[in-house]
Design a protein around this ligand. Sequence first.
Ligand code: AMO
Length: 435
Amino acid sequence: MEFRRTHYTTQITPQMDTQTARLAGWVHEIRDLGGIMFLILRDREGLTQVTLFKKTIDPDVLQIAKSLSRESVITIEGVVKKEPKAPNGYELIPTQIDILNPAQSPLPMDTTGKVDAELDTRLDNRFMDVRRPKTQAVFRIRHHMLSAVRGFLEQEGFIEITTPKVVATATEGGTALFPITYFDTEAFLNQSPQLFKQIMMSGGMDRVFEIGAIFRAEEHDTRRHLNEATSIDVEASFVDHEDVMQVLERLVAHVYLTVSEDAASSLNTLGIELNIPELPFKRLTYDEAIEVNNEHSKELLEWGDDLSTNAEKVIGEVIGAHYFIKDWPTEIKPYYTQPYEDEPVITKAFDLMHPRMELSSGAQRIHDYDLLRKRIQDQGLNPDGFEFYLKAFRYGIPPHSGWGLGAERLLMTMLDVDNIRDVVLFPRDRKRVSP
Ligand code: AMO
């Protein structure tokens, strides 16, 4: 039996009335109503109603149809019939059904969306969960989102790089590392491509980006943290933090617009209409953010405090749209951020916020070797471990700036998804390393 993709129809329209079509896919549902039987076939384009009139159908075809179990993989050849009452305005009257691979029963979970499954059941059976049109829509949108990111950055002159995920040192002081055994030495899973993307600025690559995994060994169990996340990282030379903030806000707006056009049918499956964020995003200084919090919240913050989850929520509600918080206290931002020359207690760092959560952090970076070495020491880190990085600062590195944007957070806020695990195929969290 042949089953090459080219042999099958991918899109049937009512205009194909009376023509022969061949479909390949999964048995989504079977409804036997006595004189008539409906078989709903699911393929990458969606659902097709296959109608078997028991009086006129070939008995062999009927027998196969009756033997089908849900989620079996089949091919169907039949005649397209315009039928205004069918979901897509047509139905298929089968002349042949072949079973390519029967599915066992009972199924580990329902694929029709009629029976709700717990998140854990869905994640344990992700292969089957992705067969659900709504789940699949999320991952199709994720594809379009990443493709829009690549398209935008390429247009802006950025070059895509890939950097090691197995490393010898921590990048982001403050967040925990996953140690691994690397032959006869200890290594770690990288928390961020930060050091490598900065080294590339010394390499004269000027504008680079990476879309890759970052690993954070924090033990949180929240709806917006993963232990393995996807970061969209950007670094550019001869620009300051304000310049890369503009790149970032334009990227976000571009992604929303492109996804709304390119992923229209998946958005439709989810019943979502995207509102394209308006530019420019509001910019609050850290001081203003603290003020907004203290005006609207019972949990008061003092200068120098990091913003709590509650503060993010309070400020997010007041602003009601994407916004930046910039000019942070130097002490609570990583060693590589550039303090203001005239007021070094404040640094040229920013966060991009969605009303629900932080989406991105970035900064102008220190490019002066001595200052960078000192800042590493000030934060209680040993500069010797950073020699491979510091070396790139001794032989001519331009002023540069960049940011890291959480791909999952961008997607979950765009689609108003509650739990970050719903926008990752195989999430890694405190309790889950499989599948
Ligand atoms: P930061 O640590 O703020 O900055 O990370 C950048 C963005 O990555 C996402 N993110 C996460 N998403 C899900 N689960 C996590 N555990 C998680 N950790 C981070 C967030 C966050 O805003 N090197 C800097 C970036 C830079 O300055 O270029 C960095 O890693 O959306």
